[in-house]
Ligand binder design. Structure first.
Ligand code: GTR
Length: 431
């Protein structure tokens, strides 16, 4: 009797999925600023050999490649370069979408040399009342194109989805009840109404988001041993793969005369906000970069043990990162990067970091601080950051080439967030 009561809770704890385990940690994590152990950030403007960087040119040619390599080696892994030809197939162009306000396109992207990967379905909405090529927000979705749009004729994704009763996911598959479940995060009419297009894909098209997901995704298809691969230190993780998907959308958009490919803004929320930052770091074609509540592994300073930590994230979601990253669990000081360097990798392009006050798990102050500490790199390009040293009041957006807000409410993407991103993108795209 005693034995089984002891055994059961232990067993159920062992059976928790990474998602559930992470959620359980939210209750016991540290949210007390005074308990943060003092730390020193790695120096942004000193090379590994100790040379000081004083010019934009030296940042671009010497230190930036070094910092990018550090993120590959220690955090996200290296994106392999062996995918070969990329093919685009236009599945649909619907000129009277959203009641005539938009054209909706569905483009299937695949790799003819890697047929084991089923490819990705990109959905684009562009405004009808605008002449000439338009700027475009590019971002992945958690639930598929049918979840972003409320239009009933968007094909339902048939791919694996994370379990969610309220999102209508049954046996890890979307159902009719899943339609539109992410539409509040993608206010299409508002975005298109301001002259922007939106291009999105389901992140699970590139890799299902669970520990073994890579076996059915792009990573196995590109590796020479397929699903028998052993991921070594420095090999890419799922965030790298999802980010690769965003770059393939940019490949397509460069061929689409309706889109101004000089004006692409990459955007992502939460784990997909980590993905958008890594995309901006690797792919300069994204000329504006937006991180919405990206938290640990994204914009938040990893040396602050506040909310989610390196130890927690690498235990619950080891597949997101390269293997090496987990060696910094409770050992952050040994890591040669911190997240101000991920923000600096976006320079001189404008970057927007957003937090939410009820999203303490993502460490809003840590998200703010990464932008603040990236400012010296922007300064080398004559670009301004926040213009303040302290986190602003709630719902008081600020900043120039590095911008920030902390809004009322919880972990989410809201119209308030989009209002700021639209204003920011317009300012920087000169609209
Ligand atoms: C949480 C995870 C966060 C964040 C979030 C999300 O469980 O701990 O790092 O990525 O998921 O993506 O919604």
């Amino acid at each position: 009797m005693r034995k089984s009561t002891l055994f059961l809770p232990l067993f159920s704890l062992m059976m928790l999925s990474g998602e559930d385990w992470a959620e359980a940690q939210q209750k016991t994590a540290n949210y007390d600023e005074s308990k943060i152990v003092p730390y020193e950030l790695p120096k942004l403007l000193v090379t590994r050999e100790g040379t000081e960087i004083n010019s934009a040119e030296d940042w671009t040619n010497v230190r930036r490649p070094e910092v990018l390599a550090l993120f590959q080696e220690h955090v996200f892994g290296r994106t392999p370069g062996n995918w070969g030809k990329v093919s685009f197939e236009t599945k649909e162009v619907k000129k009277d979408a959203l009641g005539g306000k938009a054209t909706r396109k569905l483009i299937h992207i695949s790799l003819p040399e890697h047929p084991n990967w089923a490819g990705m379905d990109v959905m684009i909405y562009q405004p009808n009342n605008v002449s000439g090529p338009v700027p475009c927000f590019v971002g992945p979705s958690f639930g598929g194109n049918h979840a972003v749009s409320t239009e009933p004729d968007v094909p339902l994704s048939t791919r694996w989805m994370r379990p969610s009763k309220e999102k209508g996911i049954v046996d890890n598959r979307a159902t009719e009840a899943s339609r539109g479940n992410e539409s509040s995060r993608w206010p299409l009419e508002m975005i298109l109404g301001q002259g922007f297009a939106v291009a999105t894909y389901y992140y699970g098209d590139v890799e299902p988001d669970h520990a073994d997901g890579w076996k059915e995704g792009l990573r196995a298809a590109l590796s020479k041993d397929g699903a028998n691969t052993e991921w070594k230190n420095g090999d890419w993780g799922a965030i790298g793969a999802w980010s690769w998907g965003l770059s393939r959308i940019a490949d397509y958009l460069e061929t689409d005369p309706d889109i101004d490919a000089q004006k692409l803004a990459v955007i992502g929320h939460s784990r997909l906000g980590k993905t958008s930052l890594w995309t901006g770091a690797q792919d300069p074609r994204f000329s504006v970069v937006i991180s919405n509540n990206s938290g640990e592994g994204g914009a938040a300073i990893m040396r602050r043990n506040f909310g989610e930590t390196t130890a927690i994230i690498t235990k619950s979601f080891p597949h997101w990162f390269t293997k090496t990253y987990s060696s910094y669990a409770n050992n952050e000081a040994a890591c040669p990067i911190d997240k101000h360097m991920l923000i600096a990798l976006q320079a001189p392009r404008p970057v927007y970091i957003a937090s939410a006050v009820e999203d303490q798990w993502a460490d809003p102050k840590g998200e703010f601080l990464s932008g603040l500490n990236a400012e010296p790199v922007y300064a080398l390009f004559g670009k301004k950051g926040y213009g303040v040293k302290e986190q602003p009041a709630i719902d008081h957006p600020l900043g120039d080439s590095i911008a920030y807000h902390i809004r009322t409410g919880k972990h989410d993407v809201t119209s308030y967030d989009w209002e700021q991103y639209l204003r920011f993108a317009k300012r920087h795209f000169g609209k």
